[in-house]
Design a protein around this ligand. Structure first.
Ligand SMILES: [Zn+2]
Length: 323
């Protein structure tokens, strides 16, 4: 008889504003680590001490499943060289960070930020946006996982694609339990971060819409508990999901009302929505702003009304032009 995997939560310090990250061990005949923590000395000491407390050495980890590529979740992959590394294919470009990808990454953000109306002076911040990539390992996946996949020794668990917070974000689901990475957090709403497109002539992904679809997918699965990447497990996912979707819709409608007063660029909106935060957290706040615009565009609430100095101008539908 195979041994039913037992779930252990480990809590690991990170150098990021988000605070500690939770990673998970599923210990059965096969030992699976879900996420690794960031690549810092403190995190590694914490991981090894907590593994030891449940009778494991790092060498005992047979396989790693990454919920997503962010450094707080995927930083220590190189410390588990012997373990098979699984991630979604769409996470792999950030795990390997080849020169050609990073060149494309910088080019994409430069052009994209111009379209959002960002003044030239701010384009230097693209370099700063790469800071969170520093505490990452440099190791691509050994095998890709996708919707519905099962993993060796993890009977009853399957992979659910939950894209949005990042491209390639996945969760693991089993009989009412879900390990959800950062797709649903109890204490904060998770950011739909803009990532570069997957091909030269491919449009960029629209993470806010993906994120909402992922929340609806989780609601349909209706797990009894979501083990999170940060904060307490979510014991009542359904009302939280409904609240998250409602709040996002309300925020989008607020953005629409701001567009009714004036045609504006995404960067102008971002400054209004995040007057003090935008300089410190440019990538995050622009992603958040763009998320609301993508949502409104997809629902026909606003439209693109042309270009001004290379920047897209947005206008609320049905609102007449001011003279
Ligand atoms: Zn995280």
């Amino acid at each position: 008889m195979p041994v039913e995997p037992v779930l252990h939560q480990l809590t690991i310090p990170t150098p990021f504003a988000v605070g500690d990250v939770h990673i998970y061990v599923l210990k059965g005949d096969t030992v699976t680590l879900v996420d690794t923590g960031p690549r810092t000395k403190e995190a590694w000491e914490s991981v090894t001490a907590q593994l030891s407390a449940i009778g494991l050495q790092p060498e005992d980890i047979d396989q790693i499943v990454l919920t997503h590529h962010h450094a707080d979740h995927a930083g220590l992959v190189e410390e588990f060289r012997h373990a098979v590394l699984y991630s979604h294919q769409d996470s792999d470009r950030f795990l390997t960070r080849t020169q050609s990808f990073m060149d494309m990454h910088d080019f994409f953000y430069r052009e994209f930020f111009k379209q959002l109306g960002l003044p030239e002076a701010y384009l230097a911040l693209i370099e700063k946006m790469k800071d969170p990539l520093k505490p990452m390992g440099n190791r691509g996946a050994d095998a890709y996982i996708t919707e519905g996949d099962t993993l060796p020794g993890l009977d009853g668990w399957r992979v659910i694609e939950t894209h949005g917070h990042s491209q390639g974000h996945v969760s693991l689901s089993s009989a009412g339990e879900m390990i959800g990475g950062d797709i649903l957090l109890g204490h904060i709403s998770s950011n739909p971060l803009i990532e570069p497109p997957f091909g030269i002539n491919t449009p960029r992904p629209v993470p806010q819409l993906q994120y909402n679809d992922s929340l609806k997918k989780i609601a349909a699965l209706n797990p009894g508990r979501v083990w999170t990447g940060h904060g307490d497990p979510v014991l009542q996912p359904l009302p939280l999901i409904q609240e998250r979707l409602k709040k996002q819709h309300e925020r989008a409608m607020l953005v629409k009302s701001m567009l009714a007063d004036k045609e504006t660029t995404a960067f102008e909106l971002c400054q209004k929505l995040f007057p003090s935060l935008f300089k410190k957290q440019l990538g995050l706040t622009l992603s958040e702003t763009m998320g609301q615009l993508d949502y409104l565009l997809a629902n026909g609430e606003i439209k693109e009304a042309g270009l001004a100095h290379g920047a897209i101008i947005y206008r609320a539908e049905g609102v007449t032009e001011k003279v």
